[in-house]
Design a protein around this ligand. Structure first.
Ligand SMILES: *[C@@H]1O[C@H](CO)[C@@H](O)[C@H](O)[C@H]1NC(C)=O
Ligand SMILES: *[C@@H]1O[C@H](CO)[C@@H](O)[C@H](O)[C@H]1NC(C)=O
Ligand SMILES: *[C@@H]1O[C@H](CO)[C@@H](O)[C@H](O)[C@H]1NC(C)=O
Ligand SMILES: *[C@@H]1O[C@H](CO)[C@@H](O)[C@H](O)[C@H]1NC(C)=O
Length: 354
């Protein structure tokens, strides 16, 4: 009789492993799709790594979008590593997609950022693909209602943000909308953070202009609404990551909601990233919590940011080493119109954490 609860636990554990807690961002594994895969037949959908069943179905019915989504997965990898290059958690574990470690499996601040960035990236890639004419289903975005300002006129091809947001939300949120996967709290957290990602993308829409007129006089400018680069959206989301709010799943009225854990009674804001579980400080290696630690990480002795050696190395100290850098130097301008340079080598002192 005693064995029973254990069997039960083992079963539950196996079930949890099978459904994969982190089903929502498994699709980032698409970044490894070989460029040679044609992706023009529905059978190809099953060959793609990281597509959970809800996404295989979407793939079949929206095959023309898949190249764009593969591109989005690659962009997420790049933008995430870039945004966190100077942090103790540097986003390198995203490369493990589709089988993540606990830093991304649990409802952490880091996973909040990755979910938001992933949602933003899909919509960004689709809106951009509309502009470049890569998608049969969409064209340029609408001409804005307001006047473009003196000396400007609307023209060019705007990014079709509404189409990007619509189709992007379908893809990024589909895994979370499947019943019976993961806990309700995790699902709500992920859906919220995806929406924050799309909101950051909306906020990045800006007026872009091109000059016309006699030899660059810029007497007339053609303008359109275009999205900023994904790395700029990632920088915005990193700011929100740094001020993310810890939430708990609490009954409010007849249903349970995510509400801020601290005592100020207010609903979660649409603009803030939220997380359920605190992260470790990522100083030491600890696989149980998904921390790689910062040993051997490069740090900067004079920086004022989070890559400063005492912060990055958590006070353990650091080892100097010298590195040679080759640069262009003694550059000379020749009339007309080229520049010649020499190559100079110099040594620089760098530091790695103990
Ligand atoms: C898919 O693409 C491959 C390679 O580009 C091509 O040979 C094949 O005919 C295409 N199939 C369909 C159904 O379009
Ligand atoms: C894109 O923007 C245009 C406005 O120019 C709009 O009519 C269209 O519905 C949008 N979506 C698609 C799929 O083209
Ligand atoms: C990111 O951190 C990991 C683990 O500490 C390390 O192995 C890797 O070299 C780091 N990447 C960069 C670009 O610093
Ligand atoms: C270190 O930080 C300083 C100040 O931010 C910066 O000027 C310098 O380029 C950095 N050095 C390296 C090796 O990144």
């Amino acid at each position: 009789m005693r064995a029973r609860p254990q069997v039960c636990q083992a079963l539950l554990f196996a079930l949890a492993l099978q459904t994969g807690v982190c089903y929502g961002i498994k699709w980032l594994a698409l970044s490894k799709t070989p460029a040679a895969l044609a992706l023009n037949q529905t059978q190809h959908c099953k060959q793609l790594e990281g597509l959970v069943s809800a996404l295989v179905q979407l793939c079949r019915s929206n095959l023309e979008l898949m190249h764009t989504i593969v591109h989005a997965a690659r962009e997420v990898m790049k933008a995430c590593r870039r945004a966190f290059a100077d942090m103790r958690w540097n986003c390198s574990s995203i490369e493990l997609a589709p089988n993540y470690l606990l830093d991304l499996e649990r409802g952490t601040r880091e996973s909040a950022f990755v979910y938001a960035l992933s949602a933003a990236a899909i919509s960004h890639a689709i809106a951009r693909a509309c502009t470049s004419g890569d998608l049969p289903g969409c064209s340029c975005g609408p001409v804005p209602g307001e006047p473009p300002g003196p000396g400007n006129r609307w023209g060019g091809c705007a990014d079709n943000l509404s189409y990007g947001l619509l189709m992007g939300a379908k893809f990024s949120d589909a895994p979370m909308k499947v019943k019976k996967t993961g806990s309700q709290a995790n699902k709500l957290m992920r859906l919220h953070n995806s929406e924050v990602g799309r909101q950051a993308l909306r906020a990045s829409l800006e007026m872009k202009c091109k000059c016309h007129g006699v030899s660059g006089s810029c007497s007339i400018r053609t303008c359109w609404k275009g999205l900023q680069e994904l790395r700029d959206v990632a920088a915005d989301l990193k700011t929100r990551y740094l001020s993310a709010t810890k939430v708990v799943h609490r009954p409010m009225g007849t249903r349970k909601h995510l509400v801020p854990k601290d005592l100020d009674i207010r609903p979660v804001k649409d603009s803030e990233l939220i997380y359920l579980q605190s992260s470790p400080d990522f100083c030491m290696k600890n696989e149980k919590v998904g921390s790689h630690g910062t040993q051997d990480r490069q740090c900067n002795k004079t920086s004022h940011g989070s890559d400063r050696c005492d912060l990055m190395c958590c006070g353990r100290g650091y080892n100097p080493y010298t590195d040679r850098v080759v640069e262009r130097c003694h550059c000379k301008y020749h009339w007309c119109c080229y520049v010649t340079c020499r190559r100079c080598e110099r040594t620089v002192e760098r530091y790695v954490c103990k």
